[in-house]
Ligand binder design. Structure first.
Ligand code: MN
Length: 309
């Protein structure tokens, strides 16, 4: 399928790249890297993020964009479900590149590989297939995506292939140290304020820990949801936690849930019960309701999937 997508890229001139709401390191890194590569091939490209890129992820080299053109091809990156595009409508023929497990394909051409650590790793393979030179700008963007989706080479998706890619990307000029410091060692004071709130409300049931953030919390400490990004990983670090749940109210009656589990598909199975999806051990959902009321239900659902041993 990678070859087919390379062919499509060679045969067309105008592209848009669309990624998911709440773009993360992988969404930003894979889209920017691919746009750099398309530019190198003389193609026109524009990037569409349904919601803005969080400020801490804006440091990698930005590709040249061509606004005000009609794309022939719309490449969906790190997402295969048009429902997760926040109302953005692809303008061209849809090509999907994604590493999330899905129940079907949404594009005319779909390359879905849940064995890959990240969309960025897939884009790295695609760019080499296209025979575009891996510049430092491309290398840093891909490295950021891989680093982000492996949790900094921590998660189970950190395969030997990931280390090989990381090795090659640093040789090609990816600034590994800068990326690691920016993503892992740079936190706002507000982040720690949010963490205090979360720890104050921590609930435990067996080996599941959960907590939540109300909509008004953000106003009270003048934080934005960006300030809480990645904070579920702090919960996941709790010793003995087999699963963790963090609920965050996106507005007064909508809750986003992030779930992490240590083994099996517990996170995914729990998220699916609330209409969500994701990976086996890292999943999420969005639901109507109040976080302080929903938390018990999510934990109860989780108990079905986490072994009590
Ligand atoms: Mn991803």
């Amino acid at each position: 399928m990678k070859n087919r997508i390379a062919e499509i890229i060679h045969q067309h001139d105008r592209f848009e790249i669309i990624t998911h709401e709440g773009p993360d390191e992988d969404a930003v890194g894979s889209s920017r890297a691919l746009a750099h590569a398309l530019n190198a091939l003389g193609k026109s490209v524009r990037l569409i993020y349904p919601t803005p890129i969080p400020e801490p992820l804006l440091f990698t080299a930005e590709p040249r964009q061509k606004k005000g053109m009609t794309p022939e091809i719309s490449i969906l990156l790190d997402v295969s479900d048009v429902k997760l595009l926040g109302g953005v409508n692809p303008q061209g023929k849809v090509v999907v590149i994604d590493h999330h497990r899905t129940n079907g394909t949404h594009g005319e051409v779909s390359w879905i590989d849940s064995q890959k650590s990240s969309a960025s790793e897939m884009v790295y393979d695609l760019i080499r297939e296209l025979a575009v030179e891996i510049t430092p700008a491309i290398a840093s963007n891909i490295y950021m995506g891989i680093f982000g989706d492996t949790g900094g080479f921590i998660h189970a998706n950190t395969s030997p292939r990931v280390f090989k890619a990381a090795y090659e990307l640093t040789l090609a000029g990816a600034d590994a140290s800068q990326i690691a410091y920016r993503l892992k060692r740079t936190r706002s004071v507000k982040y720690y304020h949010i963490l205090c709130l979360i720890m104050d409300r921590l609930v435990q049931s067996g080996r599941i820990y959960g907590s939540y953030l109300r909509y008004q919390d953000f106003g009270a400490i003048r934080a934005t949801p960006d300030d809480a990004s990645g904070i579920v990983e702090e919960l996941a670090s709790l010793s003995g936690a087999e699963m963790v749940v963090l609920l965050r109210e996106l507005n007064p009656d909508t809750v986003h849930g992030s779930i992490r589990s240590k083994g099996s598909d517990a996170a995914l199975k729990t998220a699916r019960a609330f209409g969500g999806g994701g990976h086996g051990m890292a999943a999420g959902f969005t639901q109507k309701g109040r976080a302080d009321e929903l938390i018990e239900q999510v934990i109860e659902e989780g108990m079905k999937w986490v072994s009590k041993a």
